[in-house]
Design a protein around this ligand. Structure first.
Ligand code: PMP
Length: 437
């Protein structure tokens, strides 16, 4: 078996040692610490197009894309130029600017599923606000979420299923009062019986059901459209709001996100990542009637010093304008489909136990033979040992993916045919190492 040399991580290791003296775990967000893969975290120095370079000068073709926002790749000229243009006039006023109108108009005129929007600064903030809005609007307290969906580090969402079909959650982080977790009901994805039981047990108490319509934070747990439709119907029947958390799927599986992809009207949608072109932005939107509950129009308080700040709005405007070019999503889908198909063919020819799940430009390698994985508990934790080797081999061959087997990858509009060819070769060789052929 032909091995390749491990990449040099001397500079990254030095930076990491220093970072550990400043930050818990040496990082400002936990997954960056490379806890479930080999080696020290890579410190990234620059990105351009589909490529990134680390502090040791290693070059990679990037499929993490800052965890989803960079659908146009790194440092896209339209986004960069717009940001520079906006910055000539200052960076924050805490007062309204025309740029907020411009980004809102771009979104609302091209999205049939929301009528009004509010900009915030992260996905977590968007979800936190959406939950408060749902509670304020329905005058109910309980929220139902699904095991295997991530909604940011909101107290009410850091809750995992207990044992049993329908359970009050147990907190999945220290520091969250049990009383908060008691307001969150957690059930499995793709489980209609559990949902019906929850509505029965907590009749007239559930303010909202929140779901990632494309669950992409714990593998890619693609749901049957029929299940999402069932949620819609049950929510309507029970006076419960349906929240689609589209922080990943928004502007990714199409300009109208998963709502548009599946043709399902949620009551509130949260956005993040792509909407800010790489700057810190989140948003939530709903019908004008529901949004009229937000302050200063209504009684649900929500605010932000840097909300809608001009630089972030500029980046969002530039990026979304590119995404509205005719054929953008079709081309992205076509090239990702072809990329995945070639890998599937290789895997089939070699008889490897690997399944690649995909929707649009989102993909996930699952070291399994299961035809479908729709629930978190259907993922074999043991398969992550394969991912760990795969990740190291990919890095050694110049391909960067997120440092966890539960993370999805993203193809961007600027990945070239050459990039994808080179990546496939790296994937084939890495799989050969994983399976020792
Ligand atoms: N919701 C979903 C679906 C997400 O994927 C994420 C982030 N991965 C969040 C919420 C939280 O967003 P942020 O990290 O910007 O707070």
């Amino acid at each position: 078996l032909e091995g390749v040399k491990d990449i040099s991580r001397i500079k990254s290791a030095e930076l990491y040692e220093k970072a550990k003296t400043f930050f818990p775990g040496g990082v400002n967000s936990p997954v960056r610490a490379f806890k479930s893969v080999y080696g020290t975290p890579l410190f990234i120095q620059k990105g351009n197009g589909s490529h990134i370079w680390d502090a040791d000068g290693n070059e990679f073709i990037d499929y993490c894309g800052s965890w989803g926002p960079l659908i146009l790749g790194h440092n896209h000229p339209s986004v960069r130029n717009k940001v520079i243009e906006v910055m000539q006039n200052g960076m924050s006023f805490g007062a309204p600017t025309a740029l907020e109108n411009e980004l809102a108009e771009l979104i609302l005129t091209n999205n049939r599923f929301i009528e009004k929007i509010r900009f915030v600064s992260s996905g977590t903030e968007a979800v936190m606000s959406a939950i408060r809005l749902a509670r304020g609007y329905t005058k109910r307290d309980k929220i139902l979420k699904f095991e295997g969906c991530y909604h940011g580090h909101v107290d009410a969402m850091l809750v995992k299923a207990g044992s049993g079909l329908v359970t009050f959650g147990e907190t999945s982080s220290a520091g969250i009062p049990k009383a908060f977790a008691d307001e969150t009901i957690v059930i499995a994805l793709n489980d209609k019986d559990a949902l019906l039981k929850a509505f029965e047990e907590f009749k007239d108490q559930i303010a909202a059901i929140i779901i990632e319509p494309v669950p992409a934070n714990n593998g890619l747990l693609l749901q049957e459209p029929e299940f999402l439709q069932f949620l819609r119907e049950q929510c309507t029947a029970n006076g419960t709001l349906l929240i689609f958390d589209e922080v990943i799927s928004g502007f990714r599986v199409g300009f109208e996100g998963a709502a548009g992809y599946y043709g399902i009207q949620p009551d509130i949608i949260t956005y993040g990542k792509i909407i800010g072109g790489g700057m810190p932005v989140g948003a939530y939107g709903a019908s004008a009637a529901i949004m009229s509950n937000i302050s200063p129009d209504g009684p649900v308080y929500q605010a932000g010093t840097l909300s809608g700040n001009p630089v972030a709005m500029g980046a969002g405007i530039a990026q979304l304008t590119e995404l509205l070019q005719p054929g953008f999503y079709e081309e992205l889908d076509r090239k990702t489909a072809a990329f995945v198909k070639d890998i599937e063919d290789y895997v089939a020819a070699k008889g490897y136990e690997l399944k690649i799940f995909r929707i649009g430009s989102i993909f996930w390698f699952a070291f399994t033979q299961q035809e479908h994985i729709r629930r978190a508990d259907e993922i074999d934790a043991g398969s992550m040992a394969h991912f760990k080797i795969f990740h190291r081999e990919l890095l050694n061959r110049g391909v960067y993916v997120g440092p966890s087997g539960y993370e999805v990858g993203f193809v961007s509009g600027v990945h070239t045919a050459d990039d994808l060819e080179q990546t496939k070769k790296a994937i084939f060789d890495s799989l050969d190492v994983v399976y020792q052929n």
